[in-house]
Write a protein that binds this ligand. Sequence first.
Ligand SMILES: [Zn+2]
Length: 309
Amino acid sequence: MIDLTNPIFHDADKAREYLESQRWPNGPVCPHCEAKNEATQLQGKSTRPGLYKCKGCEKPYTVTVGTVFERSKIPLNKWLLLTFLMTNAKKGASAHQLARDTGLTQKSAWFACQRIREAMTPEARNAGPIGGGGKTVEADETYVGGKAKNAHKNKPIPPKRPVVALVERNGEVRAQHVADVTAKTVRNVLVTQASRKSKLMTDRAALYDAMGREFASHDAVDHSAGEYVRGKAHVNTAESFFANLKRQIFGQHHAVSEQHLQRYVNEAAFKWNNRSSLGIADAERANNALKGIGGKRLTYRKTDKTCNA
Ligand SMILES: [Zn+2]
């Protein structure tokens, strides 16, 4: 549950103090030279609140410099509200809904959501490969899109876009949109995002046969022959991640263009990796997204040119 009466959602100064406490638990960190706790807070009458001057490089900064919240007209308290609402919407939240909940325009809410999705990428969380010795990793593919009811009027039905997911049982997921499902593209995801010490579980033995030998062990079930579970061999965990992903995309976003698909995949993966059954409470989930807002200026700019997810 989110306490919507919390002042951090209504007061920009309270929001800034909250963000500082999350991003800088040990004192301010300079986004220019990374000097830690080496800053003076500037407090002149004409100085905007939350402005620090680095003693190392002498440059000024605030808690939003170098983050996806930087140079935005959206007040910080609304950024926090959006982050909390988004990270706690299990089925996804549309920009329309979030605009109503925050008093932003639909367009502003859409751009803001794309930026918050940037904060949810595994890179933002410094997340390494999943699996390892004694751990089981399920690998599976699915196809997103391509439904007539999601197509725009007078436009062709969008093609289905493949997504590969690796899910560690009782652990995290890594998921990636790939151009096509071939041994080459799937292996590339597997060997970069899962430890080869893991036990691998897949569908379709043929696709995974060769790369499976690179792992500690490999078991496959044959969905095409109606086989879904054989002892510990199954990819049911990956299937439930895909079910979540599709519910989030189709429930709230209608057709998602290929350009933006990876962002929605990242959002679903973030929620899976921060799910309550892992003991992660709602506020902690939002705070984990806030911890990923730094170092993104270059990537999110690309987002802002289009608004047609
Ligand atoms: Zn500095």
